[in-house]
Design a protein around this ligand. Structure first.
Ligand SMILES: Cc1ncc(COP(=O)(O)O)c(C=O)c1O
Length: 355
Protein backbone atom coordinates (compact mmCIF):
# COMPACT_ATOMS: atom_id res chain seq x y z
CA UNK A 1 0.00 0.00 0.00
CA UNK A 2 2.71 2.43 1.07
CA UNK A 3 5.02 1.44 -1.82
CA UNK A 4 2.23 1.90 -4.34
CA UNK A 5 1.50 5.38 -2.97
CA UNK A 6 5.15 6.30 -3.46
CA UNK A 7 5.05 5.06 -7.06
CA UNK A 8 1.89 7.13 -7.58
CA UNK A 9 3.80 10.23 -6.48
CA UNK A 10 6.78 9.30 -8.64
CA UNK A 11 4.41 8.89 -11.57
CA UNK A 12 3.00 12.36 -10.96
CA UNK A 13 6.48 13.82 -10.83
CA UNK A 14 7.23 12.23 -14.22
CA UNK A 15 3.96 13.56 -15.61
CA UNK A 16 4.81 17.05 -14.37
CA UNK A 17 8.23 16.89 -16.07
CA UNK A 18 6.74 15.67 -19.35
CA UNK A 19 3.96 18.25 -19.26
CA UNK A 20 6.40 21.08 -18.53
CA UNK A 21 8.57 20.03 -21.45
CA UNK A 22 5.61 20.63 -23.72
CA UNK A 23 4.67 24.02 -22.16
CA UNK A 24 5.43 27.64 -22.77
CA UNK A 25 5.48 29.07 -19.29
CA UNK A 26 3.75 32.45 -18.97
CA UNK A 27 4.63 33.03 -15.30
CA UNK A 28 6.95 35.97 -14.74
CA UNK A 29 8.56 34.67 -11.58
CA UNK A 30 9.51 31.29 -13.02
CA UNK A 31 11.85 30.05 -15.69
CA UNK A 32 13.33 26.93 -17.18
CA UNK A 33 16.10 25.73 -14.94
CA UNK A 34 19.40 24.99 -16.60
CA UNK A 35 19.96 21.24 -17.15
CA UNK A 36 23.34 21.42 -15.43
CA UNK A 37 21.81 23.18 -12.43
CA UNK A 38 19.04 20.59 -12.33
CA UNK A 39 21.58 17.78 -12.38
CA UNK A 40 23.26 19.30 -9.30
CA UNK A 41 20.00 19.48 -7.38
CA UNK A 42 20.03 15.80 -6.49
CA UNK A 43 23.61 15.76 -5.16
CA UNK A 44 24.65 14.81 -1.64
CA UNK A 45 24.40 18.47 -0.63
CA UNK A 46 20.63 18.17 -0.84
CA UNK A 47 20.47 16.94 2.74
CA UNK A 48 23.51 18.50 4.44
CA UNK A 49 23.85 21.30 6.93
CA UNK A 50 26.48 23.98 6.50
CA UNK A 51 25.63 26.59 9.11
CA UNK A 52 28.26 29.30 9.50
CA UNK A 53 30.94 30.42 7.05
CA UNK A 54 33.44 28.50 4.93
CA UNK A 55 36.28 27.38 7.20
CA UNK A 56 34.30 28.05 10.39
CA UNK A 57 31.21 25.90 10.20
CA UNK A 58 29.21 24.57 13.10
CA UNK A 59 29.05 21.27 11.19
CA UNK A 60 31.73 18.87 10.00
CA UNK A 61 32.13 17.38 6.55
CA UNK A 62 31.85 20.67 4.72
CA UNK A 63 35.18 20.73 2.85
CA UNK A 64 33.64 20.63 -0.60
CA UNK A 65 30.77 22.95 0.14
CA UNK A 66 33.29 25.44 1.56
CA UNK A 67 35.19 25.29 -1.72
CA UNK A 68 32.00 25.77 -3.72
CA UNK A 69 30.73 28.62 -1.58
CA UNK A 70 34.08 30.45 -1.74
CA UNK A 71 34.23 30.07 -5.49
CA UNK A 72 30.59 31.01 -5.88
CA UNK A 73 30.79 34.24 -3.90
CA UNK A 74 34.00 35.22 -5.69
CA UNK A 75 32.34 34.59 -9.08
CA UNK A 76 29.21 36.47 -8.15
CA UNK A 77 31.18 39.47 -6.93
CA UNK A 78 32.81 39.65 -10.35
CA UNK A 79 29.55 39.04 -12.18
CA UNK A 80 27.68 41.78 -10.30
CA UNK A 81 30.70 44.07 -9.98
CA UNK A 82 30.31 44.43 -6.23
CA UNK A 83 32.40 43.91 -3.10
CA UNK A 84 30.09 41.68 -1.05
CA UNK A 85 27.78 38.81 -1.81
CA UNK A 86 25.62 36.74 0.56
CA UNK A 87 24.38 33.46 -0.85
CA UNK A 88 22.65 31.99 2.17
CA UNK A 89 19.11 33.38 1.69
CA UNK A 90 16.76 30.64 0.61
CA UNK A 91 14.65 33.11 -1.41
CA UNK A 92 14.26 36.76 -2.34
CA UNK A 93 11.83 37.30 0.53
CA UNK A 94 14.32 35.76 2.93
CA UNK A 95 17.05 38.06 1.54
CA UNK A 96 14.78 41.08 2.09
CA UNK A 97 14.00 39.98 5.62
CA UNK A 98 17.67 39.55 6.43
CA UNK A 99 18.30 43.15 5.33
CA UNK A 100 15.28 44.56 7.17
CA UNK A 101 16.25 42.68 10.33
CA UNK A 102 19.64 44.39 10.43
CA UNK A 103 18.86 47.90 9.19
CA UNK A 104 15.31 48.67 10.36
CA UNK A 105 14.37 49.31 13.98
CA UNK A 106 10.85 49.62 15.41
CA UNK A 107 9.39 53.01 14.47
CA UNK A 108 11.82 53.67 11.60
CA UNK A 109 10.20 55.20 8.53
CA UNK A 110 10.65 53.15 5.36
CA UNK A 111 9.47 54.22 1.90
CA UNK A 112 8.46 51.56 -0.62
CA UNK A 113 6.57 50.97 -3.86
CA UNK A 114 2.89 50.37 -3.13
CA UNK A 115 1.47 47.03 -4.26
CA UNK A 116 -0.91 48.72 -6.77
CA UNK A 117 2.22 50.49 -8.08
CA UNK A 118 3.86 47.10 -8.62
CA UNK A 119 5.64 46.65 -5.25
CA UNK A 120 6.07 43.34 -3.46
CA UNK A 121 4.27 42.22 -0.33
CA UNK A 122 7.55 41.59 1.53
CA UNK A 123 8.06 45.40 1.53
CA UNK A 124 4.78 45.94 3.38
CA UNK A 125 3.12 45.70 6.76
CA UNK A 126 1.66 42.30 5.99
CA UNK A 127 5.04 41.01 4.83
CA UNK A 128 8.63 40.87 6.11
CA UNK A 129 9.10 44.59 6.62
CA UNK A 130 6.02 44.79 8.87
CA UNK A 131 7.82 42.59 11.40
CA UNK A 132 10.34 45.36 12.02
CA UNK A 133 8.42 48.62 11.64
CA UNK A 134 4.86 49.72 10.99
CA UNK A 135 5.94 53.14 9.67
CA UNK A 136 5.85 52.25 6.00
CA UNK A 137 4.95 54.89 3.42
CA UNK A 138 4.49 54.57 -0.32
CA UNK A 139 6.45 56.40 -2.99
CA UNK A 140 4.40 59.07 -4.72
CA UNK A 141 3.76 57.98 -8.30
CA UNK A 142 3.42 59.81 -11.60
CA UNK A 143 -0.05 60.09 -13.14
CA UNK A 144 0.23 56.80 -14.96
CA UNK A 145 0.24 55.13 -11.53
CA UNK A 146 3.45 53.29 -12.28
CA UNK A 147 6.65 55.37 -12.11
CA UNK A 148 8.07 56.89 -8.96
CA UNK A 149 7.57 60.67 -9.08
CA UNK A 150 11.16 61.60 -8.34
CA UNK A 151 10.47 65.24 -7.47
CA UNK A 152 7.70 64.44 -5.02
CA UNK A 153 9.65 61.49 -3.62
CA UNK A 154 12.66 63.75 -3.02
CA UNK A 155 10.43 66.21 -1.16
CA UNK A 156 8.94 63.42 0.95
CA UNK A 157 12.34 61.93 1.73
CA UNK A 158 13.55 65.35 2.94
CA UNK A 159 10.42 65.72 5.10
CA UNK A 160 9.95 62.20 6.47
CA UNK A 161 13.66 61.27 6.69
CA UNK A 162 13.15 57.55 6.12
CA UNK A 163 15.78 55.18 7.43
CA UNK A 164 15.47 53.11 4.29
CA UNK A 165 13.87 53.35 0.88
CA UNK A 166 13.16 50.21 -1.12
CA UNK A 167 13.00 50.50 -4.89
CA UNK A 168 12.33 47.64 -7.29
CA UNK A 169 9.06 45.84 -7.77
CA UNK A 170 7.31 42.74 -8.97
CA UNK A 171 5.85 44.45 -12.03
CA UNK A 172 9.23 45.63 -13.19
CA UNK A 173 8.77 47.24 -16.58
CA UNK A 174 11.30 50.05 -16.46
CA UNK A 175 14.55 50.81 -14.62
CA UNK A 176 14.05 52.58 -11.29
CA UNK A 177 15.40 56.14 -10.77
CA UNK A 178 18.22 54.90 -8.54
CA UNK A 179 20.74 57.57 -9.36
CA UNK A 180 18.33 60.45 -8.70
CA UNK A 181 17.06 58.98 -5.43
CA UNK A 182 20.55 57.99 -4.25
CA UNK A 183 21.54 61.63 -4.51
CA UNK A 184 18.69 62.70 -2.22
CA UNK A 185 19.41 59.82 0.16
CA UNK A 186 22.99 60.99 0.57
CA UNK A 187 21.72 64.26 2.13
CA UNK A 188 19.28 62.57 4.44
CA UNK A 189 21.47 59.58 5.41
CA UNK A 190 18.79 57.28 4.07
CA UNK A 191 19.80 53.79 2.92
CA UNK A 192 18.70 52.80 -0.56
CA UNK A 193 17.84 49.16 -1.12
CA UNK A 194 17.08 47.80 -4.59
CA UNK A 195 14.94 44.69 -4.81
CA UNK A 196 16.08 43.11 -8.05
CA UNK A 197 14.17 39.83 -7.61
CA UNK A 198 12.70 39.96 -11.08
CA UNK A 199 15.61 41.48 -12.95
CA UNK A 200 18.65 39.82 -11.39
CA UNK A 201 19.52 37.87 -14.54
CA UNK A 202 19.23 41.00 -16.64
CA UNK A 203 21.53 42.88 -14.29
CA UNK A 204 24.00 39.98 -14.42
CA UNK A 205 23.78 39.95 -18.22
CA UNK A 206 24.33 43.76 -18.36
CA UNK A 207 20.97 44.23 -20.05
CA UNK A 208 19.46 46.50 -17.41
CA UNK A 209 20.52 49.20 -14.99
CA UNK A 210 23.41 48.44 -12.62
CA UNK A 211 21.86 49.44 -9.28
CA UNK A 212 25.07 49.25 -7.26
CA UNK A 213 26.95 51.46 -9.69
CA UNK A 214 24.00 53.88 -9.67
CA UNK A 215 24.19 54.21 -5.88
CA UNK A 216 22.14 51.44 -4.24
CA UNK A 217 23.48 50.53 -0.81
CA UNK A 218 22.10 47.01 -1.01
CA UNK A 219 20.63 44.79 -3.70
CA UNK A 220 18.51 41.73 -3.01
CA UNK A 221 17.19 39.25 -5.53
CA UNK A 222 15.81 35.83 -6.35
CA UNK A 223 17.88 33.35 -8.29
CA UNK A 224 14.99 31.68 -10.09
CA UNK A 225 13.30 34.39 -12.08
CA UNK A 226 15.48 35.93 -14.80
CA UNK A 227 18.51 34.39 -13.09
CA UNK A 228 17.52 30.98 -14.36
CA UNK A 229 18.12 28.60 -11.50
CA UNK A 230 16.46 26.98 -8.55
CA UNK A 231 14.75 28.88 -5.77
CA UNK A 232 17.30 30.82 -3.71
CA UNK A 233 18.10 34.45 -2.90
CA UNK A 234 21.10 36.76 -2.95
CA UNK A 235 22.24 39.93 -1.19
CA UNK A 236 24.82 42.10 -2.95
CA UNK A 237 26.53 45.31 -1.90
CA UNK A 238 29.62 47.46 -2.16
CA UNK A 239 29.14 49.03 1.29
CA UNK A 240 32.05 49.30 3.74
CA UNK A 241 33.21 46.21 5.63
CA UNK A 242 31.75 47.27 8.96
CA UNK A 243 28.09 47.68 8.00
CA UNK A 244 28.39 44.56 5.82
CA UNK A 245 29.21 42.57 8.96
CA UNK A 246 25.65 43.23 10.05
CA UNK A 247 24.55 40.99 7.20
CA UNK A 248 27.52 38.68 7.06
CA UNK A 249 27.56 37.92 10.79
CA UNK A 250 24.37 39.35 12.22
CA UNK A 251 21.70 38.19 9.83
CA UNK A 252 22.52 34.52 10.30
CA UNK A 253 19.30 33.75 12.10
CA UNK A 254 17.21 35.43 9.48
CA UNK A 255 18.93 33.39 6.82
CA UNK A 256 18.89 29.65 6.40
CA UNK A 257 20.33 28.42 9.69
CA UNK A 258 20.15 24.78 8.77
CA UNK A 259 21.25 25.64 5.28
CA UNK A 260 19.92 23.29 2.69
CA UNK A 261 22.75 23.68 0.28
CA UNK A 262 21.46 21.67 -2.63
CA UNK A 263 21.26 24.74 -4.76
CA UNK A 264 24.32 26.67 -3.81
CA UNK A 265 26.31 24.47 -6.15
CA UNK A 266 23.85 24.95 -8.96
CA UNK A 267 24.18 28.70 -8.49
CA UNK A 268 27.85 28.27 -9.32
CA UNK A 269 26.94 26.27 -12.40
CA UNK A 270 24.35 28.81 -13.41
CA UNK A 271 26.84 31.61 -13.20
CA UNK A 272 28.96 29.73 -15.71
CA UNK A 273 25.99 29.42 -18.03
CA UNK A 274 25.41 33.15 -17.82
CA UNK A 275 28.95 33.65 -18.99
CA UNK A 276 28.10 31.49 -21.97
CA UNK A 277 24.98 33.38 -22.88
CA UNK A 278 25.52 34.82 -26.32
CA UNK A 279 25.38 38.60 -25.79
CA UNK A 280 24.28 39.66 -29.31
CA UNK A 281 21.49 37.10 -29.25
CA UNK A 282 20.38 38.11 -25.74
CA UNK A 283 20.39 41.73 -26.84
CA UNK A 284 18.38 40.99 -29.98
CA UNK A 285 15.81 39.02 -27.98
CA UNK A 286 15.43 41.83 -25.51
CA UNK A 287 14.99 44.44 -28.22
CA UNK A 288 12.49 42.38 -30.18
CA UNK A 289 10.52 41.60 -27.04
CA UNK A 290 10.67 45.22 -25.92
CA UNK A 291 9.31 46.50 -29.22
CA UNK A 292 6.43 44.04 -29.20
CA UNK A 293 5.67 44.75 -25.57
CA UNK A 294 5.77 48.50 -26.25
CA UNK A 295 3.30 48.17 -29.10
CA UNK A 296 1.09 45.98 -26.93
CA UNK A 297 1.17 48.50 -24.09
CA UNK A 298 0.24 51.29 -26.48
CA UNK A 299 -2.69 49.38 -27.92
CA UNK A 300 -3.90 47.80 -24.70
CA UNK A 301 -3.62 50.87 -22.55
CA UNK A 302 -3.56 53.79 -24.94
CA UNK A 303 -1.57 55.58 -22.26
CA UNK A 304 1.75 56.43 -23.83
CA UNK A 305 3.45 54.26 -21.21
CA UNK A 306 4.76 51.92 -23.87
CA UNK A 307 7.29 54.31 -25.31
CA UNK A 308 7.51 57.10 -22.78
CA UNK A 309 10.75 55.89 -21.31
CA UNK A 310 11.88 54.29 -24.53
CA UNK A 311 13.32 51.37 -22.61
CA UNK A 312 11.26 48.28 -22.21
CA UNK A 313 14.13 45.90 -22.08
CA UNK A 314 13.03 44.41 -18.79
CA UNK A 315 12.29 40.81 -18.09
CA UNK A 316 8.82 41.29 -19.49
CA UNK A 317 10.38 42.33 -22.79
CA UNK A 318 12.86 39.51 -22.48
CA UNK A 319 10.10 37.04 -21.99
CA UNK A 320 8.22 38.23 -25.05
CA UNK A 321 11.51 38.09 -26.94
CA UNK A 322 12.10 34.58 -25.80
CA UNK A 323 8.68 33.59 -26.95
CA UNK A 324 10.06 34.39 -30.38
CA UNK A 325 13.12 32.36 -29.60
CA UNK A 326 11.54 29.01 -28.97
CA UNK A 327 13.48 27.39 -31.82
CA UNK A 328 16.69 28.60 -30.21
CA UNK A 329 15.60 27.11 -26.93
CA UNK A 330 14.82 23.72 -28.38
CA UNK A 331 18.21 23.82 -30.08
CA UNK A 332 19.83 23.73 -26.65
CA UNK A 333 19.53 27.27 -25.19
CA UNK A 334 18.57 26.55 -21.63
CA UNK A 335 17.09 28.71 -18.97
CA UNK A 336 14.70 30.63 -21.15
CA UNK A 337 11.17 31.29 -20.26
CA UNK A 338 8.31 33.21 -21.63
CA UNK A 339 5.93 35.58 -20.06
CA UNK A 340 3.41 37.97 -21.44
CA UNK A 341 2.83 40.36 -18.55
CA UNK A 342 0.47 39.32 -15.81
CA UNK A 343 -3.09 39.97 -16.79
CA UNK A 344 -3.93 41.51 -13.44
CA UNK A 345 -1.33 44.16 -14.15
CA UNK A 346 -2.88 45.03 -17.48
CA UNK A 347 -6.39 45.01 -16.09
CA UNK A 348 -5.40 47.39 -13.34
CA UNK A 349 -3.62 49.75 -15.70
CA UNK A 350 -6.35 49.61 -18.24
CA UNK A 351 -8.87 50.65 -15.63
CA UNK A 352 -6.62 53.42 -14.46
CA UNK A 353 -5.25 54.73 -17.71
CA UNK A 354 -8.21 54.38 -20.02
CA UNK A 355 -10.82 55.99 -17.86
C1 LIG B 1 9.98 42.39 -6.02
C2 LIG B 1 10.00 41.05 -5.39
N1 LIG B 1 10.78 40.85 -4.32
C3 LIG B 1 10.84 39.67 -3.71
C4 LIG B 1 10.12 38.60 -4.16
C5 LIG B 1 10.16 37.32 -3.43
O1 LIG B 1 10.99 36.44 -4.03
P1 LIG B 1 11.02 34.92 -3.60
O2 LIG B 1 9.86 34.27 -4.24
O3 LIG B 1 12.36 34.47 -4.10
O4 LIG B 1 10.95 34.87 -2.10
C6 LIG B 1 9.29 38.74 -5.28
C7 LIG B 1 8.52 37.60 -5.77
O5 LIG B 1 8.02 37.52 -6.83
C8 LIG B 1 9.23 40.00 -5.89
O6 LIG B 1 8.43 40.20 -6.95
Amino acid sequence: MYASKISDVEGLIRQQDEWRNRCINLIASENVMSRRARACAGSDFAHRYAEGHPGERYYRGTTYIDMIENQLTANLRVLFECDHCEVRPISGTNANEAVFSRFVKPGDVVMVNSTPGGGHISHHRMGSLGKFTRNIIDFPLTRDGYHIDVEKAAYLIEKARPKLIVVGKSLFLFPEPVQELAEVCRHTHTLLMYDGAHVLGLIAGKQFQNPIKEGAFLVTGSTHKTFYGSQRGLILSSMDEEPWRKIDRGAEYHLAVGVELAYVDDLAVRKLRLDLLDPPLGEALLLAGGVILGVFLEIAMGSGLGNRRGDLRTHHGLEVGQFLAKPFRSAGGEGYFVHVCASRFFKRFRRRCCR
